[in-house]
Design a protein around this ligand. Structure first.
Ligand code: HMG
Ligand code: NAI
Length: 441
């Protein structure tokens, strides 16, 4: 068991690795060589990556892939996707190709308002606090001027501050509930800086407010933090086509396909067990673009799933319908993304990803990302209601299984050919590999 260590963060990278080897890897040199094998040979680039976070000892490779053939608002895109799961990029590519021949995707940003809150305790009469707040509101805003002035020039800034009484749930607890627009930034640092300033001004003003008793003058700030729940930072994307343009299979006419597809989405709308996986499939596409563009996928995930539960029951983020002869499939989702700030101007591959997308602004990136989620969902449901998910997913997963058994190039070629007409299962791959390796058994 590892000993408790103090000052670990102060060790050099190589001393950190030595400590790990000694206390976790029995000084096994293989472990150290694995760690070092993932270092970049360009020392300057490696240092840049080391400095992204803390206690860095190596790099963790994730595939950086691309999905071509996306038409969004009549503009063509090749979308960068960073994800470890097989078949996700293939699925997005297949959906993109399918919809490119049917008018492509339509997307629009519906709203861009972000949220932050100052959480505090006030020990007095709510009416006095309300009156105090109304009197100091302008001074609260004025005290953030040094932080907001540049954002205001870009068309952003603090758009609203309101006092919210939460004493019904927690004694003495109130909020300054604030909304922001942060233009091309995700805005976390900007919002948090504004909130901390508002908290400081609130406290100072209260100390001097003559109507307050001594007790009321001492406002207790609990915390000041943005919210990753942004139900007013919404982007919508959709596709539509005539029923005849939908896929046909041996078993399904395009009309039967349409109705089965719509029911699959309706099931995700009413059945939370299905909705979670349905939305996970959407986030396969969304997270891949969020990661590739250096955005914060934890923030996106938290906000998206909270939004899916906004009406009290967790539900699908997409909807589908057939009206007369038209199939319509759409997504509405909160995506607080940035094309400046964070890693966007630091990580060379992130900069390349933005260049690949034509250096979009935040609004355009929101639309591209929502489309990736909708495309992912279309491909997943298409498979689920026709061949089943395993046929395609395992077809893409075949290489991972073969690599687990150190299959040779020749073995990979033989088995790729065999499995082009046979369903991939782990046990069948093992059996076929055995046959090649031990033909006499
Ligand atoms: C996997 C496919 C695309 C195969 O589909 P297919 O019809 O066997 O592929 P194909 O060989 O006919 O090729 C058609 C197109 O698919 C793409 N494609 C095809 N193969 C490749 C490849 N190797 N590399 C890159 N792209 C590929 C590519 O666009 C290609 O066009 P082309 O490039 O030939 O002009 C299909 O079966 C599919 O879309 N399956 C859905 C897979 C999926 O959803 N994966 C996500 C992971 S599973 C999950 O976590 C989500 C889920 C399922 O749980 C969500 C939910 O429950 O709702
Ligand atoms: N709960 C959360 O989601 C939290 C997330 N974070 C992290 O914060 C990072 C993002 O923070 P940001 O404040 O967005 O980044 P940032 O602080 O790195 O950069 C944003 C700044 O860029 C400048 N800027 C230049 N051009 C701009 C333009 N056209 N539009 C808007 N701003 C422009 C502004 O000064 C703006 O404040 C993310 O990487 C995230 O991981 C940090 C704390 C909490």
């Amino acid at each position: 068991m590892a000993p408790i260590v103090s000052g670990f963060s102060k060790l050099s990278k190589s001393d950190k690795i030595q400590w790990l080897a000694q206390h976790h890897f029995n000084n096994n040199t293989d472990a150290i060589s694995i760690i070092k094998r993932y270092w970049n040979s360009d020392e300057k680039l490696q240092q840049l990556h080391d400095e992204f976070t803390e206690n860095t000892i190596s790099n963790y490779y994730l595939p950086f892939s691309v999905a071509p053939n996306f038409t969004i608002n009549n503009k063509h895109y090749t979308i960068p996707m960073t994800i470890e799961e097989s078949s996700v990029v293939a699925a997005a590519s297949k959906a993109a190709k399918f919809w490119q021949n049917r008018g492509g995707f339509t997307a629009e940003v519906l709203s861009v308002s972000k949220v932050g809150q100052v959480h505090f305790n006030f020990f007095g009469e709510t009416e006095k606090l309300t009156s105090f707040f109304e009197q100091i509101k302008e001074r609260l805003l004025a005290s953030t001027e040094h932080i907001t002035k540049n954002m205001q020039k870009r068309g952003g800034g603090i758009t609203c501050i309101e006092l919210r009484d939460k004493t019904a749930e927690i004694d003495h607890y109130y909020q300054l509930h604030c909304t922001f627009e942060t233009v091309d930034a995700m805005g976390a640092n900007f919002i948090n800086s504004c909130l901390e300033q508002l908290a400081s001004t609130l406290q100072k003003e209260a100390l001097q407010f003559p109507v307050f008793s001594e007790k009321e003058k001492n406002i207790e700030i609990i915390m000041s933090i943005l919210s990753n729940y942004v139900p007013e930072c919404i982007v919508r994307a959709s596709v539509s086509c005539s029923i005849e343009e939908l896929p046909k299979t041996k078993e399904l006419s395009s009309e039967q396909y349409a109705h089965k597809f719509v029911q699959a989405v309706k099931i995700a709308q009413i059945e939370p067990y299905r909705a979670v996986t349905h939305n996970k499939g959407i986030m396969n596409g969304i997270d891949a673009v969020v990661l590739a563009t250096g955005n914060d996928f934890r923030a996106i995930e938290a906000g998206a799933h909270a939004y899916a539960a906004r009406n009290g029951r967790y539900t699908s983020l997409t909807s589908a319908s057939v009206t007369e002869n038209t199939f319509l499939f759409s997504i509405e989702i909160p995506l607080a993304l940035g094309t400046v700030g964070g890693l966007t101007s630091l990580h060379p591959l992130v900069k390349l990803a933005m260049q690949l997308l034509g250096n979009p602004n935040a609004s355009e990136l929101m639309q591209i990302t929502a489309v990736a989620g909708l495309a992912q969902n279309f491909a997943a449901i298409n498979s689920l209601i026709t061949t089943g998910i395993q046929q395609g997913h395992m077809k893409m997963h075949l290489m991972n299984i073969l690599n687990q058994f150190d299959a040779s190039t020749k073995e990979k070629e033989l088995l790729a050919s065999y499995f082009s007409t046979n369903t991939v299962t782990h046990s069948e791959v093992v059996a076929q590999l055995q046959k090649i390796r031990n033909p006499q058994t």
